[in-house]
Unconditional design. Sequence first.
Length: 329
Amino acid sequence: FCRVDPYGFERPEDFDYASYEAFFSRYLVVLTRRAIKWSKLLKGNNSIQKSLKVKRYIRKGIPNEHRALIWMIVSGAQANMEQNPGYYQRLLEGEKNDKLLEAIKTDMNRTFPDNVKFRKTADPCLQHALYNVLVAYGHHNKAVGYCQGMNFIAGYLILITKNEEESFWLLDALIGRILPDYYSPAMLGLKTDQEVLGELVKMKVPAVAELMERHGVMWTLVVSRWFICLFIDILPVETVLRIWDCLFYEGSKIIFRVALTLIKQNQAFILEATNFPDICDKFKQITKGTFVTECHSFMQKIFTDPGSLSMATINKLRETCREKVLSQG
């Protein structure tokens, strides 16, 4: 058995190879079929227009060989990169903020210690690329600078694009446009969205909301890492990449769909909890196991399980929740 997955992550001691093999042999068939469809769609000219067909294709998963390209196009990162030639290089060559560099350096060895490609001994060692992307981004977006969590996201982008400049523009698409204010020093967007999830759970899985309230468990305790790391290190790699496929195309509501699906699917299990630590533990456990490993069926579920979830609903909830967060501040 391979101790290291295709992305360079070491598998944990208790990794269930048997059920993973069973899933993957089925999934490989799906991937092969999708790859043929994507090649036809792209017809060798590497451009696509947003359409219902493309949206449907993306929901069914982007094959790895096309992933970087499609993310770049649908997120707007490609257009930004083409409109700003040489900008990334200029950021790296410009004057630097020492405090920012220090903060980024401190996090380098903490980023994916379980990934062989990020080790100092690796050749090439991706820490170097990661450092560059984060330094460039911190100087590009001074309001955000650098904040923990961004290293994991940039790291994933580098694993997929194998390209610093593309990773930089994708990071910009995520932080600048797709995720509302998750990484600013006050993290207002992040705090707001955790409250929004709480409201959505009240609407869609009321028994769980009631349990949380009864035991005084704040949503931020159990889901903040889901939002900050966009499910990295929470869900299996293949599943995270499938979530990101949709995130780049459809925006931040995908995060709510995933969170609601995890909670709804595991409602009975969560409701067995009888106290505070128990609830926190259940939330750790619902992100493991076959349900989340089987990324293809999982992704089908996120679009059916939570029911309708419009951006309008989310934006309305964001307004009221933001007020609430600000008044607590």
